[in-house]
Design a protein around this ligand. Structure first.
Ligand SMILES: [Zn+2]
Length: 339
């Protein structure tokens, strides 16, 4: 009987392969597996077998039945219209590649700028975002009663521990650094700073600065301007730059560098407050009082310092119209900046 079962299986598969439509498959199923089908007819003879052979034949018959049932279902599937369920898995589709993150445009800008200044011999200095009023103001020549403090209004922490605040610029890193270093010094200090002010298209309450400090013998304003011009050219290529006199309590003289607004081509827009120019940098020669506060003899050394508004430069570089987009966390915005 074993040979008959094997033969039935071979014939059944041949017939199944030749079936042209689903009704032929249906007929075949009844003929093979139906109550009066070929398999049942064969199995009806099991009681005639010697007892010791019965269970082996029964097992073989069950496995053949299962194979035939599976083959019939698969064959029937070839003739039925594809359903949405059968389309759920299509092995020819490309796989899902994992989404890989990338640097935030501000971080990318900082890294490129740090590379540039490193090529000029600058090293990177770091400092805390929570500062003492002494480091943030007093040692930078902004005493408590000085009106300039109004320009740098910020967030004060726990009034009971007077004097702790969120730093308004990265300049306190300079005085911290000079507590443990002697000139010549060439450092940059990138970092987050805070201001208490209303937000608009070009101002936010927290933003990023890239501060630079150079202290050496015989440094002059021309060294400062040459350094900053090289930096702006490195970043933007050909740009129009204005140098205007300005006031910052920690430098003397102080200057502002303005660049023609690349967003509006100088015609005026909300980002440049309709002036056509954007203030990019505050800079100047380090004030002798500040040098003394940093344990440096102003008779022997001079220095220059500059503060770069990183968001503003990133906006110009990419044509971003509103600074608030940078901290919005909106992935549709951020995903445009793969580097
Ligand atoms: Zn503009």
């Amino acid at each position: 009987m074993k040979a008959e079962l094997e033969q039935l299986k071979i014939e059944a598969f041949q017939l199944l392969n030749r079936a042209q439509d689903s009704s032929a498959v249906d007929a075949l199923e009844i003929d093979l597996l139906g109550r009066r089908g070929k398999l049942s007819t064969l199995l009806a003879r099991i009681p005639e077998l010697p007892v010791e052979e019965r269970s082996g034949i029964g097992t073989l018959a069950s496995s053949i039945r299962k194979e035939l049932q599976d083959a019939i279902v698969a064959k029937r599937g070839q003739f039925s219209a594809p359903t949405s369920q059968s389309l759920d898995f299509d092995p020819t589709w490309p796989g899902h590649s994992p989404s890989i993150g990338h640097l935030h445009p501000v971080t990318a800008f900082l890294e490129r700028s740090a590379d540039f200044f490193a090529s000029l011999g600058y090293t990177i200095a770091d400092g805390p975002e929570v500062e003492t009023a002494t480091n943030n103001f007093d040692r930078l020549n902004i005493p408590a009663n000085h009106p300039a403090r109004d320009l740098w209004d910020t967030y004060y922490l726990n009034p009971a521990r007077a004097g702790l605040l969120l730093r308004t610029h990265t300049s306190p890193v300079q005085v911290r650094y000079m507590d443990s270093h002697k000139p010549p010094v060439y450092i940059i200090s990138p970092g987050r700073v805070y201001r208490h002010e209303a937000t608009d298209a070009s101002h936010d309450t927290n933003f990023t600065q890239l501060e630079g400090l150079a202290i050496d013998r015989d440094l002059h304003l021309t060294d400062l301007l040459g350094t900053l011009e090289a930096f702006l050219k490195h970043t933007f290529g050909k740009v129009k730059v204005q140098v205007r006199p300005s006031f910052f309590p920690f430098v003397e003289p102080g200057v502002e560098l303005h660049m023609s607004c690349l967003l509006c081509g100088g015609k005026g827009c909300s980002a440049c407050k309709q002036t056509g120019w954007l203030e990019m940098l505050g800079a100047g020669m380090v004030h002798p009082t500040v040098l003394k506060n940093m344990h440096v003899d102003p008779a022997k050394f001079s220095g220059f310092a500059f503060g770069i508004g990183v968001e503003r430069m990133t906006m110009l570089l990419h044509g971003i119209p509103d600074v608030r987009l940078l901290l919005s966390g909106d992935q549709r915005f951020l995903e445009q900046f793969h580097y």
